[in-house]
Design a protein around this ligand. Sequence first.
Ligand code: HEM
Length: 411
Amino acid sequence: MLRYPEDFPPGPNYSISPTLLEIQCSDFPIVKVKTPSGQTMWLVTKHNDVKQAFMDTRLSRSLAYPGAPRLRGDDVTSIGGCILNLEGDQHSRVRSAIFPLFTKKAIIHWSDQLQEWSRDTLRYALKATDTIDLVSEYAQPIVAKLCSQTLGINARELAEIRKLLSAQASLVEDPQCIFRATREILSIAEQLLNQEAPYHGPLSPIRNAWKSDRKISHTEATGTVSMLLFNLVEPLEAPIILGILQCIKNRSKIMPITEGSIKAQDHTHAWSRITEEVLRYHNNGPTNLPRIATSQVQLSRQKIEVGDPVLTSSLAAAWDSRAYHRPSSFDPKRRRRDSIWFGIGRHRCLGAQFAHRAVQAAISSFFCALAERSIETLDTLPQSVTRIKRESETNKVGFLFHPKSVMVRIT
Ligand code: HEM
């Protein structure tokens, strides 16, 4: 039986694991894998099956109870009240309470801000040199600025929070450590919810739903903010770094698309298409978080029995040739489809539009500022990583792989 994650190293240029692709293309696209908790889970890789699993209410995300299936230890899936772990009426109630965080107005505001910060970050990094580390001098400072402006977290606090998030989502850490990290993150979430102006702005819908309107409980408010903390700090960095690398590699493909658009609106649209392809190509990690079957479910030819844990791979689904023409080709002109990388159905990513606009702001600002310059990467990314022995070999928090450093020269 395959072991997750050891047998699922990233593919060339940190793209999809060859093992995932092999399973997905085979006659048996659903296989059992052994996770670091010692438990066995079904791994679902085919686009249609992943979509069905996301939508099927019999595959429940309600796993906060003690002894529930875990990847390794008591990570985010163990947090009672966290939106991700709720189902039914409770989930709908919490989801509608935090929905106002992601209004169109808020998304436009933050994406404008992100464009400005991205330009400033690049200008600062290139002040006295023609080389820049895309990780520590571009993606990370942009995310740090986002955290400081939205949640009031300073650089020192962010460094501590990163360590905790890394421990919480670790697949190799001692389970006791994972448990402690989760508790500490919950206590930070509590502090964030209780802090005074000006930083409570973006979190005020959750604060009001808890304290004023009493629509959600204290546990639901803190549990959900603890997950938002992870989502704000983590999943944006990998697509920014790997997206810029893809665009450098495929500059001849992206230039005609962006240069051909004369009107500002068309230009934004062109970058949105490029970002969509970046997210398809480099989304998430090898798998999503576990679900559990509450009734017997059939996916493809496989019967999933009551109590069986299920892991979907939205990354594998986004590389399924039954759903995407030549999925291994980075093609920003690709015909649009469902954005399975943000999930589908009741748990679909609430930050999807925000995340898309944030990644787009960082990538487009980079290339628009350097339109007249030549850009070359100085590092050769590994063509393949044969086995993942230690998480420290790559910069990985939980699910998302990206190189630790990527030096780029601008001339
Ligand atoms: C490129 C970045 C991101 C990707 C690929 C991504 C992907 C996903 C996926 C696949 C799910 C569904 C999980 C499931 O059904 O098992 C999800 C849920 C969620 N995401 Fe994201 N996400 C991203 C960024 C963000 C950001 C920036 C935020 C907010 C700041 C966010 C907030 C959420 C929330 C609140 C949920 C839970 C929704 C629910 O359970 O009802 N995500 N995300």
